[in-house]
Design a binder for this molecule. Structure first.
Ligand code: SAH
Ligand code: SF4
Length: 386
């Protein structure tokens, strides 16, 4: 029967909690708290979920399947918005990069990498990073702040908007352009655990964004105590930024190793839920000339991970201004891959994508800085002419 809502007390938009990223139970609590009769809550949650995550509603006014009075109350209580696009670039190879301006002005980047049979969206979890891996430009920036669940999920929804990746009205839609999401943009996702988890659980939900846990990959530099927790609470696919096979070298490349050395990291990986040949963990290994790229390193690597269902992702080092390393020669990368392959591990070399727009791994800070400079010039130009 009637679901008449109490009149909303107006709240300024900035103070309103975000709707995106709330799970179904949180949405139910929200609606019940707004005075919706209990018998109506379930249905309204489903409608809301469908509108947000199947249809891609961008604004509260688009929630037209909800009764008008509920919409009005929601408008006074919560906010629904995408991150603001501060820049969009399309690489010669089809890679797209969005520079996003978040509340408070912080900038992060999201990258879409189209391939023949799939499309991978690389999203950020923090502005900057507290860790200081020596080959990573993001690591020179320090941490500015954690992203909220709606900012993390907002990257996926916004990419869908820009790629025209929502089903046409009245249809369930066909093949999706974004088939996979990887947490390999800026930041260490396990240091923003709850927010990343909440956003990814919405992403994985079969009735919403519908990506599925296996198509979501969390990449970590090795925050060991959080790995079993991530497995238990989300069980997405896992990637480990290994980069070195000896503690002495890994201490230098990934300073977090001093806290959580290789043996502890690998023990956590071995215990990750449901690993099998059909569901492998990925070891990321950045190829640094003369540092970690010898044949002996390759042999030590396969020995180290023996028994773990794994693939090894060799990443050619992407230089950035002032970076202390060089990328290994192509022949060196090939011989390294050959040794790993012969030991029975798939070892795709990650082709650098979007280098012309600085969208490749580890280059993400430089663009932010560059964009800021060009924006400054534009504003200065406007000031001079205006
Ligand atoms: N903080 C997480 C996820 C973001 S980094 C992590 O470290 O895993 C995503 C991947 O890019 C990591 O494997 C990281 O080691 C790699 N990477 C960082 N800087 C790079 C660079 N300059 N060249 C190539 N890969 C880089
Ligand atoms: Fe942070 Fe990952 Fe870069 Fe290391 S590689 S500094 S953990 S973003």
């Amino acid at each position: 029967m009637t679901e008449t809502m109490p009149a909303p007390a107006p709240t300024p938009p900035g103070d309103r909690p975000a709707l995106l990223g709330l799970g179904r139970p949180a949405l139910a609590t929200l609606l019940a708290g707004l005075g919706l009769p209990e018998r109506a809550v379930r249905m309204r949650v489903s409608q809301l979920w469908h509108a947000l995550y199947v249809r891609g509603a961008r604004d509260l006014s688009e929630l037209t399947t909800l009764p008008k009075d509920l919409r009005t109350v929601l408008e006074g209580t919560v906010r629904l918005a995408r991150p603001e696009i501060a820049g969009e670039q399309i690489s010669e190879d089809g890679t797209r990069k969005w520079l996003l301006r978040l509340a408070g002005g912080a900038l992060v980047e999201t990258v879409f990498i189209p391939e023949e049979a799939r499309g991978t969206l690389c999203i950020s979890s923090q502005v900057g990073c507290t860790l200081t891996c020596r080959f990573c430009h993001t690591g020179t920036q320090g941490l500015v702040r954690n992203l909220t669940p709606d900012e993390i999920l907002g990257q996926v929804l916004l990419a869908r908007d820009r790629l025209g990746d929502w089903p046409a009205p009245g249809t369930r839609g066909g093949a999706r352009r974004i088939t996979n999401v990887v947490l390999m943009g800026m930041g260490e996702p396990l240091y923003n655990f709850e927010n990343v988890r909440d956003a990814m659980l919405v992403c994985a939900d079969g009735e919403g964004v519908g990506l599925g846990r296996r198509r979501i990959t969390l990449s970590t530099s090795g925050v060991v105590p959080q790995i079993p927790r991530w497995g238990a609470e989300t069980n997405t696919s896992l990637a480990i930024s290994l980069h070195a096979v000896r503690d002495e070298l890994r201490d230098e490349l990934v300073p977090l190793n001093r806290k959580y050395p290789i043996a502890e990291l690998l023990a956590a990986v071995r215990a990750y839920p449901a690993l099998s040949n059909a569901r492998r963990v990925t070891f990321e290994y950045v190829m640094l000339k003369g540092v970690n790229d010898s044949a002996a390193d390759a042999r030590a690597l396969v020995k180290l991970i023996a028994g773990i269902p794994a693939k090894i992702n060799l990443i050619p080092f992407n230089p950035w201004p002032g970076s202390p390393y060089e990328c290994s020669d192509w022949e060196t990368i090939e011989s390294f891959a050959e040794i790993v392959n012969r030991a029975g591990y798939a070892s795709p070399v990650r082709t650098p994508r979007g280098r012309d727009i600085l969208a490749a791994c580890g280059q993400l800070r430089s663009e932010t800085v560059k964009q800021r400079a060009s924006e400054r010039r534009r504003l200065e130009g406007e000031a001079a002419t205006g």
